[in-house]
Design a protein around this ligand. Structure first.
Ligand SMILES: [Zn+2]
Length: 290
């Protein structure tokens, strides 16, 4: 059984759904130049970039155990969901996620809260599962925390152009009265609070864990790949506000640089977590052992 990372009174587990090459780097980071990519190949390949210049990413959830609760942060892509424009996420039918959940000692009944840093497909998927042709909440005892503003934004988009991730992974949770719409600086209690990190989406939040301070922080998609730590100005293709995303990323990394806070990224390849260090005008993670 995987024991997780213990820091103070919280324990952190990574529940991996997928890991490997996904998006083409030059496409994913539209302001990346060929020269810059070439300059950085030495440390990027093969761990963070494959031979075809595709980014190596991890799709995962974090589970944080505090003295009070068992909390899931982000819920990956999920099974049986049609994502025709993303072949690697289309109609997944894998037991890997549930097996990894079990290997860390959890069942779906153990989760008290699910927190979605934002409402993109790969962060809301396991919010629901298919049961007799209907999408039902996967974690029957959980309250699901979404940003009220983030939810309002995507609801409006969804009304104009229906979005599968909203109709399949978000609305069924709302309809089941399992959702709590909160502000992106919401404090759950003395161990868990949200912190606003907008830019990738309008009201994206990060999650801070640990009694009396930030012992660990969960980035969501304020960063996708270590190349964006090295160059915080590299925007991601679908950032809703690029300038804001850059400012958020830089502020976040400045804040945690050279501190004891464990930075838990959502998409960096395993082990995905480490301490923030300076690297030139940017940053890097000093990874903890897996
Ligand atoms: Zn993501």
């Amino acid at each position: 059984m995987s024991t997780g990372i213990e820091i103070g009174s919280v324990t952190i587990h990574r529940i991996v759904e997928q890991e490997g090459p996904f998006f083409e780097a030059m496409h994913f980071f539209p302001t990346m130049t060929r020269e810059r990519l070439d300059e950085n190949r030495g440390w990027l390949q093969p761990r963070f970039l494959d031979a075809s210049d595709r980014l190596m990413l991890c799709i995962q959830s974090y589970i944080v155990q505090t003295p009070h609760h068992t909390i899931m942060i982000d819920s990956c892509v999920g099974n049986h969901k049609p994502r025709p424009t993303r072949s690697f996420w289309h109609m997944m039918n894998s037991d890997r996620y549930e097996k990894n959940l079990a290997a860390s000692g959890f069942s779906v009944n153990d989760i008290d809260f699910v927190m979605c840093t934002h409402l993109h497909t790969d962060h809301v998927g396991w919010n629901t599962r298919l049961e007799n042709g209907r999408w039902v909440p996967t974690f029957p005892k959980a309250r699901y925390l979404f940003s009220k503003k983030e939810y309002a934004y995507w609801s409006e988009v969804h009304q104009k152009t229906p979005l599968d991730n909203i109709s399949e992974s978000v609305l069924p949770v709302i309809e089941a009265n399992k959702a709590e719409l909160v502000t992106s600086d919401h404090a759950l209690n003395d161990h868990i609070r949200l912190t606003p990190t907008p830019g990738h989406t309008p009201d994206h939040f990060a999650v801070c864990a640990g009694r009396g301070g930030d012992r660990a922080v969960f980035t969501g998609d304020l960063i996708h790949s270590p190349i964006q730590a090295r160059y915080p100005e590299l925007v991601m293709r679908v950032d809703t506000d690029r300038d804001q995303a850059v400012a958020t990323r830089r502020r976040f990394f400045e804040r945690y640089c050279d501190t004891d806070t464990l930075c838990c990224t959502m998409h960096f390849p395993s082990p995905s977590v480490g301490h923030v260090k300076r690297w030139g005008d940017g940053f890097r993670l000093e990874y903890v052992k897996d």
